[in-house]
Design a protein around this ligand. Structure first.
Ligand code: WT7
Length: 649
């Protein structure tokens, strides 16, 4: 990358300043090691002690129980997540502290104190009850980044309803699939959402999805875009009508919930088939997001924390909503795109709200770095004291740019590795303690035993790549796959008997973890998790397509992008128009983030004699490499050359 003025040595180490360390909770590696040792030698004692930081209606009987491979945390205990995120903070004397600063794409920002947020949540919780939502019901939420989104989630948590948020950038088909799987009773959406000043018709998408979703009884619609949404009599209600009803009270007793009752479902892509509904439960998830947020972001009372993720992904659930609020933090929530109206948008938001902590994805860092240093240089970023990244490996060049041009060399960077399934961060620096190596997520968090294994289950050597696994249970881990406990076991525990992450990694001579990327058929496009199988079935659902195979190829900004090999049915002609039509088809059926960047028509795909597509070979072709490995096991080795010749550059 041309904007870096010095030659990078990847063995550079960055230490936190004495000033930063002195003020932080974990001040050095001795302290980290001592506490880490304690946490893995006596995990139940460790987590039991930490759990006392939360408010319980009833204390637990047992910290951890392994129920035939399904892990239960804090059984016998009862609490309420929204009570812990709101009432507990209000009662601690912070009722007038700002909980949420909402920065819309255009227009005035809006602030909620903890007391105001609590009232809004209570009002909406009462609304939910009034329209018949009961404890244990699933509420599907399809909303853009507006305050009603966290309010709806917390209101569900308050009454014991299970929320299932679908990213507002997903298509109506994707929404339909998720509702059919979750069997939700209620849908919450908005008339539209804004991005780059364009309006996306969410309600229209929702209506299309609902034609095939008989479980949904009602729809609550937030007015955001004023685009005359079509409201179905008796089924659809405006949010503002419901909440402004004079009979709706602004207090609502929080439901006392068992530690292992369901809190939320969040769908994510796996190796095969449809997305899986990852289930998280009450107490363990809350404790884990609470503690990781507190220590990894080393949160202080006067911090202003800005996370650019969308709440439709796990990062937003854990580190915009539950982790920060349970710590009484002030959150900046931004609605639009990083480059609207100009590429300094994030930096302007930092400047405007004097953000002290900034958490984003490597893809955004690369994209904004490319725009040139004048954008951040013209903003006052002096409020920043800590930076974070998440979602994909960060290349050292981008890391150093972030450190230098955004952090001005004085802010530690926490490169946080985790997944939808893990609930919270598992591998990350502690900013006041850990010496940083650009590109490494460094060391496991307290209570986490991470390891790298070979195919045969033995431990990899120092610097030898292998399967990243977690050897022990932790409170924030997924509890099951919604409606599919078999898939929980087969996806995560079958291969090695310990939690399989799906990533490859290596551990260096200092015990630092270097995440190398997905080892399965999941592709990380701009940090978004896309299942190749899902894109392939979307393509095959088009009348012209006989067969399709999807592989990743390296991309400067997105990290990885999607390369599609498509075999057409006999009576369809290869043309650029058809290519475009197929790309749009994927975008419509899945959402724009899954749209293939490159597409190649093929007469045949490389298959084994038993008919299995050899993606390894397709991946090499897409990358322009001749490193195919052994091709003699193919039914027809000749297809490889033919494909390579027509590679889309
Ligand atoms: C996958 C999980 C967890 C929040 C967002 C993504 C990749 C995540 C890092 C990191 C390298 C990372 C992994 C992981 N990933 N963080 N710091 N360094 N890779 O959640 O959509 O469930 O994706 O994201 O490949 O398996 P997700």
């Amino acid at each position: 990358m041309p904007y870096i003025d010095s030659i990078l040595k990847e063995n550079r180490i960055f230490y936190p300043s004495h000033e930063f360390s002195r003020k932080s909770r974990i001040k050095n590696m001795q302290e980290y090691s001592r506490l880490y040792k304690k946490s893995i030698e006596a995990p139940e004692k460790f987590w039991g002690e930490k759990a006392n930081e939360l408010d319980w209606f009833r204390k637990w009987d047992i910290v951890l129980r392994n129920d035939m491979g399904f892990f239960k945390w804090f059984e016998g205990g009862q609490l309420n997540v929204s009570h812990n995120c709101l009432d507990r903070i209000v009662k601690s004397g912070k009722k007038s502290k700002i909980a949420l600063i909402w920065e819309p794409e255009t227009g005035e920002s809006k602030k909620y104190t903890y007391e105001e947020l609590l009232k809004e949540v209570c009002k909406f919780a009462n609304v939910l009850k009034k329209i018949g939502v009961k404890k244990g019901n699933v509420v599907q939420i399809y909303l853009p980044m507006i305050p009603e989104l966290p309010i709806a989630m917390l209101a569900c948590a308050r009454i014991g309803a299970i929320h299932s948020v679908v990213f507002a950038g997903f298509s109506s088909d994707a929404l339909k699939d998720r509702i059919q799987d979750s069997k939700a009773d209620l849908l919450i959406t908005s008339d539209g959402s804004f991005r780059n000043e364009k309006v996306y018709p969410l309600k229209e998408n929702a209506d299309a999805a609902l034609k095939n979703c008989p479980t949904i009884k009602n729809v609550v619609v937030v007015k955001r875009a004023e685009n005359n949404a079509d409201m179905q009599n008796g089924r659809d209600f405006w949010w503002h009508d419901l909440i402004n009803d004079k009979n709706v009270m602004d207090s609502c007793e929080p439901e006392s919930l068992h530690a292992e009752e369901s809190l939320f479902i969040l769908y994510t892509s796996g190796t095969t088939g449809k997305p899986k509904g990852i289930l998280h439960t009450q107490a363990g998830y809350l404790l884990f997001t609470h503690l990781t947020f507190k220590l990894i972001f080393d949160i202080k009372d006067n911090d202003i924390y800005f996370c650019t993720a969308d709440i439709g992904w796990i990062t937003g659930h854990s580190y915009i909503v539950y982790g920060p609020l349970s710590n009484g933090a002030t959150i900046v929530m931004y609605e639009g795109s990083p480059t609207f109206p100009s590429p300094d948008r994030f930096w302007r938001v930092v400047e405007k709200h004097k953000a002290t902590i900034f958490y984003t994805a490597p893809t955004a860092i690369r994209a904004l770095a490319k725009e040139g240093n004048e954008w951040p240089d013209n903003c006052d970023l002096s409020s920043l004291r800590l930076l974070g990244t998440v979602g994909e490996p960060i290349n050292p060049e981008a890391w150093v740019w972030y450190h230098k041009c955004i952090g001005k060399g004085k802010c530690p960077i926490v490169d946080t590795w985790w997944q939808t399934e893990t609930g919270g961060i598992l591998i990350s620096p502690l900013p006041g303690a850990t010496p940083l190596k650009p590109g490494s997520a460094t060391k496991p968090f307290f209570g986490i035993i991470a390891d790298v294994l070979r195919e045969d289950g033995s431990r990899a050597n120092v610097n030898e790549g292998g399967y990243l696994v977690i050897r022990n249970p932790w409170p924030g881990m997924l509890r099951t796959v919604w409606n599919d406990p078999k898939r929980y076991k087969s996806s995560y525990f079958e291969k090695f008997g310990v939690y399989l992450t799906g990533d490859s990694a290596r551990i260096d001579e200092d015990g630092y973890f270097w995440i190398m990327g997905r080892i399965d058929d999941v592709i990380k496009v701009a940090g978004h998790r896309i299942g190749s199988a899902e894109v392939e079935s979307s393509l095959v659902s088009h009348e012209a397509v006989a067969e399709a195979a999807i592989v990743p190829y390296p991309h400067d900004i997105k990290g990885q992008a999607i390369y599609a090999f498509v075999v057409l049915k006999k009576n369809f002609r290869k043309s650029e128009e058809l290519k475009e039509e197929l790309k749009i088809h994927v975008s419509k059926t899945m959402g724009p983030i899954a749209k293939p960047d490159k597409m190649q028509f093929a007469d045949d795909l490389p298959k084994t004699r038993s008919g299995k597509i050899m993606r390894r070979i397709l991946k090499a072709i897409a990358e322009g490499s001749k490193d195919y490995g052994n091709i003699m096991t193919l039914a027809d080795p000749g297809v490889v050359d033919a494909l390579a010749k027509n590679r889309v550059k």
